[in-house]
Write a protein that binds this ligand. Structure first.
Ligand code: MSP
Length: 537
C-alpha cells in the first residue's frame, strides 16, 4: 500500500520528539526555533504546511527519572510536557501538531507498523549482548566508550552490560537499498558533512538492531510477546506518523498517510543522525512506505566555548533567556549568529552585541528615522514612488531579496537569510546619509524627498517581511507602523495560506497608506557597567 502523493508544494516538517527526562534545554529550543522559522517561511509562500513537534516519553531513562522523583512515569511526563508547551508558547512557536508517544492513538499506529514489518519477515528473536547507555538509549560498541565503560556523551553515566533475549530488526537486509537511496538523492542527508558521516557508517556494513527490552515496564508491549517492551526508538520515530492523523480520525496507518506523508523534512541534532538517516528509512522500506524528503542534522551549542551540562555548571536556561530578552532576540541570535549545520557558541556579550548592532541599530534606527521623516516631510503617509529606474541603488538590492531569502530558507541557511535582509537595511541607512532628504526638503525639492523616502520605506518593509520567519513580533511592529493590518503571529489554520504571499516582491507598499507614529521596535539592550567602574549596581 502506498500513500497518497503530496502536492509538490506541501511542506511537512518535524522537530525531534524530545525526551522528557527534564525541562527543555536550549538544544531543544534551538531545533524548534529553526523548524518554526522554516515552517513560517513556507506558510508565507502560500504552501500548505504542517509543523510537528512533540515528546518522547517512554524508555528506561524516563522510567528512572520518574522513579527518582517518586512519581508515576505518566505523572512525571505530564508535568514535563507542560513545560515544553509553555516554552514553545513563550518562543512563539507555531506548531500544528504536538505528538506525545504516551497517547493511546500512538500505540495503535505503532502496533500497525510493527505488524507490517513483521509480515515482511524483518523481526526475529535473538540474543543481545553489549553495553547499553541509558542516557543515549542505545547499545554502544566497546571501542566507542571511555575508560570504565562511560559514554562520551554522558560521561557521568556508566554504560550497563546487558545479555538478554531481544527482538531484532533486520537492518542488514536494507544495506543495498539504503545505499541506493543516498546515491539517488544526494540531498537526502544535509549538510554534506553529515551525509559523509552516514555514508561512511553504512559502508562499514549494517548490523541488525534490537527493538525490544526485557526488565522494562515503561513502554508499549511487543504485540507478539508482551513480556518484551518495545525499544524506545522503534516507538518514538513513529510519533511522526501518529502526528499526521487528524484529531477527529481513527488512528490507522491509512488515515495517517493520506495527506502529509512523506514528511518533507526532519530536522535533528547531529547526535541522532543515525536513527533518522539509517534506521528510520530502513524501517519505512520494510513497511513499504515512501521515504521522507530530507534529514538535516544541525550542530551542537556550547556556552562560553564549553560543552553545556549541569555537572559542568554551565547550563543555559532558555526560559530565563526569553524572559530577560524576549522571544525575537533569542530566535535571532541562534539563527543569525550560528550557521545552521555547524556547532555554535552562546556568550552573553556576543549575544547582546549582535542584537544591538543588527536589531537596535541597523534595523530599529532605520525604521525610526524613516518614519519620522515621512511624518515631517510627507504628511505621515506613504509618498508617491516617483520614477524608479532599475539602476536605483535600493531597488537593485530589494528587487530580488525575496528570491534570495527564499533560497536561503529552503536550504535552512537562516544566517544567510538574515545577512541578505540586513544588507538592505544597511544600504538604506547609507542611502539616507548620502541622499540627505532633510537638505532636499529645505531646498524645496519635494519630489526628490518623496522618491527617497518611498524607496527606504519599501526597503524597510521588505526587510521586515524577509525577517518575519525569524523575528515575527518585530516584523509585525514594523508592518503595523507602515500602516498594514498584518500580524505575522496570527495563525491561519493548518494548510491555510497567508493572504500576503506576494509581499516578497518590490513595490508592495501602497502609495498613500497612512503611517503610524514611530515606536522603537527593538530598544537597545543596555549593559550594566562592570562593578567598581562607577556604574549602576
Ligand atoms: N527523544 C530523542 C529524539 C527522538 S525523535 C523520534 C532525543 N531527544 S533529546 O531531547 O535528547 O534531544 C532532542 C534534540 O536536542 C536532538 O536533536 C539533540 O541533538 C538536541 N540537542 C541536545 N543538546 C544539544 C546541544 N547542546 N546543542 C544543540 N542541540 C542539542 O534525542
Amino acid at each position: 500500500m502506498t500513500a497518497a502523493a503530496n502536492s509538490p508544494q506541501t511542506f511537512s516538517v518535524t522537530t525531534p520528539l524530545y525526551y522528557v527526562n527534564g525541562v527543555p534545554h536550549v538544544g531543544s529550543a534551538y531545533t524548534t526555533m529553526a523548524v518554526d522559522a522554516v515552517s513560517r517561511y513556507h506558510r508565507l509562500q502560500g504552501h500548505p504546511t504542517l509543523m510537528i513537534t512533540g515528546t518522547d516519553e517512554h524508555g528506561q531513562k524516563i522510567e528512572r527519572t520518574a522513579e527518582a522523583r517518586e512519581l508515576s512515569p505518566q505523572a512525571h511526563c505530564d508535568e514535563i510536557v507542560g513545560s515544553f508547551r509553555d516554552l514553545w508558547k513563550q518562543l512563539n512557536i507555531q506548531h500544528d501538531r504536538f505528538s506525545r508517544t504516551t497517547a493511546p492513538r500512538h500505540q495503535a499506529i505503532v502496533e500497525a507498523f510493527y505488524q507490517r514489518v513483521e509480515e515482511q519477515g524483518d523481526i526475529y528473536l535473538g540474543q543481545q549482548k553489549g553495553f547499553y547507555c541509558v542516557g543515549c538509549e542505545e547499545f554502544k560498541e566497546e571501542r566507542d566508550l571511555l575508560e570504565n565503560q562511560h559514554c562520551p556523551l554522558h560521561p557521568n553515566q556508566k554504560a550497563e552490560w546487558r545479555d538478554e533475549e531481544n527482538y531484532f530488526f533486520r537492518l542488514s537486509k536494507y544495506q543495498t537499498q539504503l545505499e541506493a537511496l543516498y546515491a539517488e538523492n544526494p540531498d537526502f542527508i544535509q549538510p554534506a558533512s553529515r551525509r559523509n558521516e552516514v555514508l561512511s557508517f553504512v559502508s562499514q556494513g549494517l548490523q541488525d538492531f534490537s527493538i525490544s527490552r526485557v526488565n522494562l515496564d515503561w513502554g508499549f508491549p511487543v504485540p507478539a510477546n508482551p513480556k518484551h517492551t518495545l525499544y524506545v526508538w522503534f516507538d518514538a520515530l513513529l510519533g511522526y506518523v501518529t502526528a499526521l492523523v487528524d484529531p477527529e480520525d481513527e488512528p490507522t496507518l491509512d488515515n495517517a498517510l493520506k495527506q502529509w506523508w512523506p514528511i518533507s523534512l526532519h530536522v535533528i541534532g547531529k547526535d541522532i543522525l543515525r536513527f533518522h538517516a539509517v534506521y528510520w528509512p530502513a524501517m519505512l522500506m520494510s513497511a513499504g512506505l515512501p521515504m521522507p524528503g530530507r534529514v538535516f542534522g544541525h550542530g551542537f551549542l556550547t556556552k562560553d566555548g564549553r560543552k553545556m551540562g549541569k555537572s559542568q555548571g554551565n547550563t543555559l536556561d532558555p526560559v530565563a533567556l526569553v524572559e530577560e530578552f524576549g522571544a525575537d532576540a533569542v530566535r535571532y541570535y541562534f539563527l543569525k549568529e550560528i550557521e545552521f549545520g555547524r556547532d555554535g557558541d552562546f556568550a552573553r556579550t556576543r549575544f547582546i552585541n549582535a542584537l544591538n548592532a543588527d536589531l537596535a541599530n541597523d534595523l530599529g534606527n532605520l525604521v525610526n528615522r524613516t518614519l519620522n521623516m515621512a511624518k515631517r516631510y510627507c504628511g505621515q503617509v506613504v509618498p508617491p514612488a516617483g520614477e524608479f529606474g532599475d539602476d536605483h541603488a535600493l531597488k537593485q538590492l530589494g528587487v530580488d531579496l525575496g528570491d534570495r531569502v527564499a533560497k536561503s530558507y529552503t536550504n535552512l541557511a537562516f544566517s544567510e537569510a538574515c545577512t541578505s535582509a540586513l544588507a538592505l537595511a544597511q544600504a538604506s541607512n547609507r542611502f539616507l546619509d548620502q541622499q540627505a532628504p532633510w537638505t532636499k526638503y529645505k531646498e524645496g525639492d519635494q519630489k526628490a524627498v518623496e522618491e527617497i523616502l518611498y524607496a527606504v520605506l519599501e526597503s524597510v518593509r521588505l526587510v521586515a517581511y524577509a525577517l518575519s520567519p525569524i523575528v515575527p513580533t518585530i516584523s509585525t511592529a514594523i508592518y503595523q507602523q507602515l500602516g498594514f493590518e498584518i500580524d505575522f503571529n496570527a495563525t491561519e489554520g493548518i494548510g491555510q495560506t497567508a493572504p500576503y504571499s506576494l509581499h516578497g516582491q518590490w513595490g508592495a507598499l501602497p502609495v498613500g497608506q497612512a503611517l503610524l507614529k514611530p515606536k522603537p521596535v527593538f530598544p537597545k539592550i543596555e549593559v550594566p557597567e562592570p562593578e567598581g567602574t562607577g556604574g549602576k549596581d
